[in-house]
Design a protein around this ligand. Structure first.
Ligand code: A2P
Length: 297
């Protein structure tokens, strides 16, 4: 996709900034959704061992008929697989489920503050996989600045990416600055604020998609609220991975390369930050207490 710009990660690897996310996509729907996304033009897919749909991602990639090298595959190691040997094995599980030899970007799903030594060991395994050419880039997710500081006390390789909750209602300026200071690319999960309206996250939620500022900007530009938010991420240099299983919205979310927000438009979205996260606190309850294991391939 030569017309779509790429971002260059801190190790020189290039990545399409706009990825297709499959969080909460049911395993049985994933292959079709991924195939649809690839036919639409996406060339970057973001999944996770914990989403239980890596097999579907691999199947969608094969069904697309595209060469493996044309597609950037990103997945995440779940906390129950943290530790050096455990994370090396987690790579084997994910690679087998995806049906690939090399994973483009492998990241830690979240810090485990209660078991930071295991988090460090997991990252050390990512460094090994990188040195061995089994992954092209490594990174983290849901790391706050103090987690990055703690990781970098022992890490030899800075993460290429930090994937965090980021939408106009929660812009994480401190995380963005901490990432930028280390040349880490900030990647937005829930980039159009799905976390602000997902069922089950509380009745008092206000969807960013319905926000009057976002809606007003969209109306002025003849675009949709989702497109305006994705444009905001891209113009501010972030990667974004919107999720949809609806073919019309999959296409809508990719149709963001023919317009621009001006500085005032960008600033108006920045100003919507509430400082309140929609998703789990990375320093919240011990995630390993959930007793959730990733099955073998
Ligand atoms: P669906 O899969 O039915 O399209 P996020 O990626 O920010 O978490 O948002 C994902 C949520 O937003 C999902 O509920 C998805 O539902 C919905 N969604 C995705 N794209 C759009 C869009 N362009 N307009 C409205 N809702 C969208």
């Amino acid at each position: 996709m030569s017309e779509i710009p790429h971002l260059t990660l801190n190790n020189g690897v290039t990545m399409p900034p706009l990825g297709y996310g499959v969080f909460q996509t049911p395993p049985e729907e994933t292959a079709t959704a991924v195939e649809t996304a690839l036919r639409t033009g996406y060339r970057h897919i973001d999944t996770a061992a914990a989403y239980n749909n890596e097999r579907g991602v691999g199947e969608g990639v094969r069904r697309s008929g595209l060469d493996r090298e044309e597609i950037f595959l990103e997945t995440k190691v779940w906390v129950s697989d943290y530790g050096y040997d455990e994370t090396l094995h987690a790579y084997e599980k994910s690679a087998a489920k995806l049906g690939v030899d090399v994973i483009d970007l492998l990241i830690l799903h979240q810090p485990m503050p209660q078991h930071f030594e295991r988090t460090r060991e997991a990252y050390r395994a990512l460094e090994r996989l990188l040195a061995d050419g089994r992954v092209r880039a490594i990174g983290v997710s849901n790391f706050m600045p103090h987690h990055l500081d703690a990781l970098m006390e022992s890490a030899a390789v800075a993460p290429a990416v930090n994937q965090v909750e980021l939408h106009p209602y929660f812009t994480q300026p401190a995380v963005q600055s901490a990432d930028a200071a280390r040349d880490i690319l900030t990647q937005a999960w829930s980039p159009i604020g799905g976390i602000t309206f997902y069922p089950g996250y509380g009745d008092d939620r206000v969807s960013v998609l319905d926000d009057s500022t976002v809606q007003g900007l969209a109306a002025r530009l003849g675009k949709t609220a989702a497109q305006v938010m994705l444009r905001w991420h891209l113009q501010q240099g972030r990667s974004a991975i919107p999720k949809s299983t609806n073919p019309g919205r999959i296409a809508e979310n990719f149709d963001v390369f023919d317009f621009e927000l001006d500085d005032a438009g960008l600033a108006s979205l920045d100003a919507l930050d509430t400082g309140h996260r929609g998703g789990p606190d990375p320093d919240g309850p011990d995630p390993s207490a959930r007793n959730f294991e990733i099955p073998e391939a």
